[in-house]
Design a protein around this ligand. Structure first.
Ligand SMILES: [Zn+2]
Ligand SMILES: [Zn+2]
Length: 136
């Protein structure tokens, strides 16, 4: 994992600009094969002390998620970077765009094998569509 950070500090406010790239290990959301997903992106944080005395002029709401707090004399970059990684992990991680996945009926990996179940599945979908059309 690579992380580049530029940290600038005014009297109490710390600005962090960074760029991260990493490869996460995951499973294909379709066929459950192991996949390595490259993630990366820029991030920017504004950190203010946890016990801010100027509460009136800094309204901390969900609208400003990039504002974080720090406590004491040091900033925990690890938690910031972890948060960024979590934010950038895609919810679905197919091993490739055209992954056929597993057969929903017999569980066979359709990338490497084929079965006859899919014919029945297609038939069911057509039946559902027909029902919807009739109702409308
Ligand atoms: Zn896959
Ligand atoms: Zn099957």
């Amino acid at each position: 994992m690579d992380v580049d950070c530029l940290i600038t500090k005014t009297s109490t406010t710390v600005f962090i600009k960074g760029k991260l790239s990493a490869i996460i290990k995951s499973y294909c959301s379709r066929c459950l094969e192991d996949v390595s997903v490259p993630i990366g992106g820029n991030f920017a944080y504004t950190l203010i002390p946890a016990k801010a005395e100027t509460r009136e002029d800094v309204e901390l709401t969900a609208e400003e998620p990039e504002i974080s707090h720090y406590q004491g004399d040091f900033i925990d970059l690890t938690s910031i970077i972890c948060e960024q990684i979590i934010l950038q992990i895609p919810i679905k991680t197919p091993c490739r765009e055209e992954c056929k996945g597993l057969c929903p009926r017999c569980g066979i990996n359709l990338n490497t094998s084929s079965c006859n179940c899919h014919l029945a599945v297609v038939d069911n979908r057509m039946a559902v569509l027909k029902k919807i059309k009739v109702k409308n």
